[in-house]
Write a protein that binds this ligand. Structure first.
Ligand code: ADP
Ligand code: ADP
Length: 226
């Protein structure tokens, strides 16, 4: 686990769009921070800069005690979940969950333990031998989350992970995300345009508009003082 600190962070895309403008934000160790705001406000760009998928134009980003401005994603010890879960179609759920750990040459018993723990936490135990094609959208997204969890990263970054799911599934996935965060306590940055999601998931919520930070506070305080 680690805190994530953004200091005066800018992003100017080629063509001159200032997608993020002087963003200052401290995400505490173990905190669940939601970035929320309308389409185009810069939340994905902010997340992608934390992940290292997008260069930063100015300012500084640190994860734990490391300034990561110029570190590639693989050296940031983070795990990401996107809206489009890219599972390996020819592998079973179990193999999908284990794949990243096998690449890291982790001992087999440790892999098995982490896979089993993640499957249990996400309610995937009975699906371990299935392939993604035989899963529902919600189950696939759980596998994508499991794949991120098993790595035990310092931080968890999620970009609209529920937005391809129907309303009922979103409700149950929100509950799962809350439980998962309670169990693991991993520092999490979660991007959504959905205010209900923001209010139910976030320890704190950061509201962005046109690349600028509008407010950052607990859901309770934001709700009381709109
Ligand atoms: P959000 O995630 O809040 O919808 P984005 O971070 O995707 O917002 O986009 C913020 C702004 O930056 C928008 O004006 C968008 O059009 C622009 N933008 C995003 N990605 C790029 C890109 N690769 N090149 C140029 N402009 C971009
Ligand atoms: P979201 O709203 O979830 O951020 P978008 O559909 O706006 O998704 O963007 C999808 C992808 O297109 C992102 O990788 C983003 O960086 C890129 N993108 C968004 N706006 C622009 C733009 N104006 N020019 C080039 N790429 C863009």
């Amino acid at each position: 686990m680690a805190s994530i600190v953004l200091t005066n962070v800018d992003k100017i895309y080629a063509g001159g769009v200032k997608a993020v403008n002087g963003l200052n934000l401290e995400i505490k160790d173990g905190e669940f921070m939601v970035l929320v705001g309308p389409s185009g406000c810069g939340k994905s760009t902010a997340l992608r800069m934390i992940a290292g998928l997008e260069d930063i134009s100015g300012g500084e980003i640190s994860i734990g005690d490391k300034v990561v401005n110029h570190l590639p994603p693989k050296d940031r010890d983070i795990a990401m979940v996107f809206q489009n879960y890219a599972l390996y179609p020819h592998m079973t759920v179990e193999e999908n969950l284990a794949f990243g750990l096998k690449l890291r040459k982790m001992p087999k018993p440790e892999i098995q333990k982490r896979v089993n723990d993640a499957a249990k936490m996400l309610g995937l135990e009975t699906y371990l031998k299935r392939k993604p094609a035989a899963l529902s959208g919600g189950q696939r997204q759980r596998v994508a989350m499991g794949r991120a969890i098993v790595r035990e990263p310092q931080a968890f970054l999620m970009d609209e992970p529920l937005s391809n799911l129907d309303a009922k599934l979103r409700v149950s996935m929100r509950a799962s995300l809350n439980q998962m965060h309670e169990r693991l306590g991993v520092t999490t940055v979660y991007v959504t345009h959905d205010q209900v999601e923001a209010m139910t998931l976030g320890d704190r919520v950061c509201v962005l508009r046109d690349g600028l930070l509008q407010q950052v506070d607990t859901p309770q305080n934001l709700f009381d003082k709109p």
